[in-house]
Structures are given as C-alpha cells and as structure tokens.
Ligand binder design. Structure first.
Ligand SMILES: [Zn+2]
Length: 182
C-alpha cells in the first residue's frame, strides 16, 4: 500500500498547492480546539487529538501516531480528508468553517457538518472497500462505527437520526455494488 499512499499524496499536492500535514500536538490552535470541544460536547469528545484527523483549508492535522499507522489506514483516511480539502476550496474557508461549525446548530442538529462528513465518509467507505474488499464495509461492526460518528457525541451529535444515516450508508454500498466492486 505504500506506493498507493504516496501516489495519493502526490495527487493531492498537485491538486492543492500548499497542502501540508501537521501533527495536532504541534499546533496550539489544534490544542485549543481540543479543549473547546471537551467543553462543548460535555466531555463526550475527548479523543480529538488522539483519534481524529482534521482538515482545515489546505492542512490536514493528524494524530501523534500518524507515521506509525499502516499505509492502508493512512491511504483510506487521506481519501476522506481530500473530500474536505475540496470542500474548503469550493466554499472558501470562512464559509466552510461557518457552515461546518454552526449550520444550523453547533450541537445536535448540524445539517451542513453531516453533509460534509457524509461526503468524507462515503469516500472512506469506497477506499476501505477498494483496499480490504466489499466484505469489509458490509461488516456490521464497520457500518456501526461509521453510523456512530454521525449520531454520537464524536462530532457533536451532528445528525442524531440513526435510520436516515443507515439509509445513507446503504446507498453508498448500493453504489459500490453497481460499480461492480467486490
Ligand atoms: Zn471528516
């Protein structure tokens, strides 16, 4: 997978001049966001620095263990983050930040955040199927993990309507099947 990962990074660099990867722990703004999220989610999101990769504008902020993750893992994650890089380009940074954080509510009902993350996670699902096979994304545990991102405090309960997220997940699978992914 090393080759595929490096090739993906090369494509991203070409598509986004100025693209960079920065460790969250090395960024004081990321550490500040971490503290803020703990407060806003009433302690439900304490894994921001350690478990989540985050794209802002043309920078992907990564966890401290990033370089130790498998190339397959990094490839799948970077496919997700590329969607966010494209969103920042499409909407511009101020609008993207505004919609992502406040659209329409910061917690509990964040239609835009869910919309942006659906694009990201759809790409995670596609990349995971490409790397590990369709059976991997058909696994109920993987599906439950993705659904949980939307309905739990991980992203501030961005769209806590489980059945609608499950319908969306299954539509991504249908699309993969239609393309002949096995
Ligand atoms: Zn995302």
């Amino acid at each position: 997978m090393r080759l595929q990962y490096e090739q993906l990074l090369q494509e991203i660099r070409e598509e986004f001049p100025g693209f960079r990867i920065v460790r969250k722990v090395d960024s004081w703004t990321q550490r500040a966001i971490d503290r803020l999220l703990r407060v806003l989610t009433f302690g439900a999101q304490t894994a921001y620095l350690d478990c989540y990769q985050t794209t802002i504008r043309r920078t992907v902020y990564v966890t401290e263990d990033w370089e130790r993750l498998s190339f397959a893992q990094r490839y799948i994650t970077m496919r997700h983050e590329r969607e966010h890089l494209r969103q920042f380009r499409r909407y511009t940074t101020p609008l993207m930040a505004l919609l992502y954080i406040f659209g329409p509510l910061p917690v509990g009902l964040s239609w835009f955040r869910a919309h942006f993350e659906k694009q990201g996670y759809a790409e995670s699902i596609r990349a995971a199927a490409e790397v590990h096979g369709l059976a991997h994304v058909l696994d109920p545990a993987f599906r439950a993990y993705v659904v949980r991102q939307f309905v739990s405090g991980s992203y501030g309960w961005m769209w806590p309507f489980r059945s609608s997220i499950e319908v969306w997940y299954d539509s991504v699978i249908t699309e993969l099947r239609a393309k002949g992914v096995a």
